[in-house]
Design a protein around this ligand. Sequence first.
Ligand SMILES: C[S@@+](CC[C@H](N)C(=O)[O-])C[C@H]1O[C@@H](n2cnc3c(N)ncnc32)[C@H](O)[C@@H]1O
Length: 291
Amino acid sequence: MAEILWPDSQVDLRGNVELEIGFGRGDFLERVSRLNPHITYVGVDRSWGSVKRAFRRLKDRRNVYLVWGDVWAFLMFGMRDVRFHRVFSLFPDPWPKKKHRHRRMFSPDFWKLLSVRTKEDAHVSVVSDDLAFIRWAYENALRSGCWWGYISETERRFGTKYEEKWLRAGKRVYQAVLMRDGMCHFRIPEATLRYPKFKTLKVRGSLKGDYTLRDSAHLSVKDVVFDREGGKVLVKAVVSEGHLLHKVWFEVVRKGDFWTVRPSDFSKFFPTPALQSAMDTLAHLLGDHPL
Ligand SMILES: C[S@@+](CC[C@H](N)C(=O)[O-])C[C@H]1O[C@@H](n2cnc3c(N)ncnc32)[C@H](O)[C@@H]1O
């Protein structure tokens, strides 16, 4: 039975594990997981619509895991003991406009992160109709210093929605194939979270707004809900940190003589220094005397 997982889920997987980044409808996963029942396939896609559609097609497969979330978060925090043997990215969004370039995967940092999450003999295939994007991804791989490979036009048919679309439009399909060349260093931001405390809750003007945190991270407070009778404040916030986005409801709760700030259980967040800094900032904003 296929499973849907959060990006930071831990699963003990044995044998060869292959990863597809941005599986869309799940066409490729559907085919390869049927042809290779001895291989485990992990697909990551940040669109819930894609995850739902692909799950409907793949739910009976025992060798498929679908991760709903951003690939950066997954590669940093998910399945930490797994090293992928093959990685496929088929027709990733090329973000052609310069102002959107930062949204692209396959920057030098992304290749470094891929190198720490793959086996020594791993191959990565990036496939697209956009040759300029393929060249950009390939050059970044070489620049990262941990991959070597080649670019070619490919006759291979992956059978995905976007491949069909571009072939119907008369376009050609290109691939960059990269092989591991040593291992790069990539620092995954991590912290043991400490929940800040303060004595007196300050009730004053709106907290909504943007705050700068350490290491160019940002805290954006979207909403604040006071539950005075229940002795609780809820703060809806987004913490952005490099390629990571934490969408969090922070709880500020009264415990005996003091108040404490912590992320609520139903939020999606990662234990990083920026998240710690966001909680410390909220304690300063809400408390008279942070302890
Ligand atoms: C253009 S579609 C290609 C889908 C499929 N591979 C195909 O060839 O038909 C790109 C897919 O990548 C997903 N995606 C884009 N950026 C992503 C990210 N940072 N993390 C995970 N998935 C992402 C999108 O949600 C979308 O499903």
